[in-house]
Write a protein that binds this ligand. Structure first.
Ligand code: PAF
Length: 286
């Protein structure tokens, strides 16, 4: 694909580094937004905010195979790089970084990144492949781009916690910024996977945030968490979700459980539920 008139595209680490080191020589700071493409306003909000925090913004578009299990939607994941490039240019991005799988993962690469406790449970329990793959690719991307600041959405809240811990534990010199989830007019969290939903499923999907908000209010009021979590799970099934992987209220800073069974500090309610073949996640502050 040729570059869009407005947006250069780097496809190799060498090209990326050449552009970024040119900026560094001019004294510019660098912001970074990692994505898997199929961009929506949630991503573009991150890019615009990166532009407020740094002189030049790089966004990566890379559907990362190591974070998908064999049975997951790697093949079907929406890919639309030409449109992504246009959207990124419009949001003020200065460089799109879109490496191939071969560029990212040399055939004889053997190193893994395992973050431990924050990656266990919740998403980690249902998608055991995921956070090893996310941590590996984000560590590589941060080393490749070497930004001053990198921005992630709170929509993938556990991912944000995992990345913060990895960056701290590995002394990666970057500021990690999390931004609130962007929602549609009905409160549905924007996600590239929403594209899989039929019109009927979309209507059900839009009830997820309301169920979580209500359960969150009860949790904040001191009601016992197991009853709240069970009640929210049943409400989701009644709303039309075909299956609920989890609804959980956890500590906001590290996603540990509240041992006393009620909320006694900053908390987050998180859920994952299925509509047919589509798995949706959402979370919000309690
Ligand atoms: O959130 C995502 O889109 C991906 O998990 C990320 C952070 C770009 C890593 O592949």
């Amino acid at each position: 694909m040729p570059d869009t008139p407005d947006l250069p595209i780097a496809r190799t680490i060498a090209d990326l580094r050449q552009t970024v080191s040119g900026w560094r020589r001019q004294g510019f700071t660098v912001g970074f937004v990692p994505t898997m493409g199929a961009l929506h306003d949630g991503h573009l909000t991150l890019v615009r905010e990166a532009g407020q925090r740094a002189d030049r913004v790089v966004a990566s578009v890379f559907v990362n195979p190591t974070q998908f299990a064999a049975h997951e939607d790697l093949g079907a994941y929406p890919r639309q790089q030409a449109r992504d490039a246009e959207l990124l240019a419009g949001a003020g991005c200065a460089l799109m970084y879109a490496p191939s799988v071969e560029e990212m993962y040399p055939a004889d690469a053997t190193t893994t990144v395992s973050v431990g406790a924050p990656a266990e449970g919740l998403e980690g329990a249902f998608r055991p492949q995921m956070f090893g793959g996310v941590a590996l690719v984000v560590a590589k991307l941060l080393n490749q781009v070497q930004p001053d600041v990198a921005l992630f959405g709170e929509k993938d809240f556990q991912q944000l916690i995992v990345i913060r811990r990895m960056v701290r534990d590995l002394d990666i010199p970057v500021e990690i910024v999390g931004l609130p989830t962007i929602r549609d007019g009905h409160g549905l969290a924007l996600s590239s996977r929403n594209a899989y939903l039929s019109p009927d499923e979309l209507e059900v999907a839009r009830r997820l945030n309301g169920v979580l908000a209500q359960a969150g209010v009860r949790a904040a009021g001191g009601s016992p968490l197991p009853a709240i979590e069970d009640g929210a799970r049943e409400a989701l099934l009644r709303a039309g979700f075909s299956h609920v992987d989890y609804v959980a209220v956890r500590r906001a800073d590290d996603l540990a459980a509240f041992e006393g069974g009620t909320v006694d500090g900053p908390a987050r309610i998180l859920a994952a539920a299925w509509l047919g073949k589509t798995r949706l996640i959402d979370n919000m502050a309690v």
